[in-house]
Design a protein around this ligand. Structure first.
Ligand code: CA
Length: 308
């Protein structure tokens, strides 16, 4: 599962792009923003680190579009899509800032493009030099984004651990927000009740977290009740919280696909945070970006699916 079957080969690739445009009426950033994933791999015996950049989406002209570029499967020779002359955006965009929980923890510079094989798909990834703050590089086993694999073959047995970080080609300053639920238990109660009610359940929400998506100083909260994820926005003591989104935890109705809220960050530079979701399934990863507009969270990108 996961990226267990990644094999890195240096290949000259025929590749095909895939565009799944979303609509996002936001202010322009000055230059295209390449939203990418840094897969940081630790070889567990020597504790060496290696990073690979996976392009996810480009934000340009107020739109997010798929930035993943298919390769040719090195084992079967088959492409995931019809061959084309699509070129990885990493050929032009090489410098990234790496984030963890919306805080920059270092940089990555792409020096080459290679094929990474994930299960039945091959994609182009960037390899290169990284400079991360060691204290922020985490491989905690409780983190849902961290996966450990044991690989054994003829005369070879080793183990490695992967963690994923958001990487942006255009660094965007993030609002500094901490909201203490203990200091405002009434607002916490309002938000938790609104989440339960929207989910249609009496159960207490799991994974209750707060952010300030719109920068107004009032909290937006997320919580899950069974398989339903609810976002709500507090509007003060006299008003019922506004429901921003009700999502199924298993998107598309496919079994074993789950959303992980990987980052909540302003990706577009307009001061309003977007949600960056990683969708994990069996031998499959994909990504979604949701944005706050007109008092609702709307999916503005879905794509960069890796795997079967
Ligand atoms: Ca807010």
């Amino acid at each position: 599962m996961g990226f267990a079957e990644i094999i890195l080969l240096s290949l000259r690739l025929l590749a095909a792009g895939r565009a799944e445009d979303g609509l996002a009426p936001f202010a322009h950033t000055a230059e295209p923003q390449l939203v990418a994933l840094l897969a940081l791999r630790r070889e567990n015996l020597p504790h060496t680190l290696r990073g690979e950049i996976y392009p996810i989406a480009v934000f340009e002209g107020n739109l997010f579009r798929d930035a993943s570029v298919r390769g040719v499967h090195p084992l079967t020779g088959a492409g995931s899509d019809a061959p084309s002359s699509a070129v990885s955006p990493l050929a032009e965009i090489r410098q990234f800032t790496v984030y963890q929980r919306a805080a920059p923890i270092g940089g990555f510079r792409v020096t080459g493009i290679e094929a990474a094989v994930y299960s039945c798909a091959a994609v182009q990834v960037g390899v290169g030099d990284m400079d991360l703050q060691p204290s922020h590089v985490r491989f905690g086993r409780l983190d849902p984004r961290v996966q450990t694999f044991a690989v054994s073959g003829p005369g070879v047995t080793y183990e490695y651990t992967l963690n994923y970080y958001l990487a942006l080609s255009v660094p965007v300053s993030q609002p500094d927000f901490t909201w203490d639920s203990l200091s405002d238990p009434a607002a916490t109660r309002r938000l938790r009740d609104a989440i339960r009610e929207a989910a249609g359940s009496l159960a207490e929400p799991d994974g209750f977290r707060t952010f300030d998506l719109d920068g107004d100083g009032q909290p937006e909260a997320v919580g899950a009740v069974e398989a339903t994820i609810v976002w709500a926005s507090d509007r003060g003591p006299e008003v019922t919280p506004r429901i921003l989104a009700v999502l199924e935890e298993t998107p598309g109705g496919r079994l074993n696909r789950r959303r992980h809220l990987a980052e909540v960050m302003d990706l577009t530079g307009d001061g309003i945070a977007e949600l960056f979701y990683q969708i994990d399934g069996i031998e499959h990863h994909a990504f979604e970006i949701h944005a706050l507009k007109r008092n609702a969270l709307t999916e503005v990108f879905s794509g960069a699916g890796y795997g079967c």
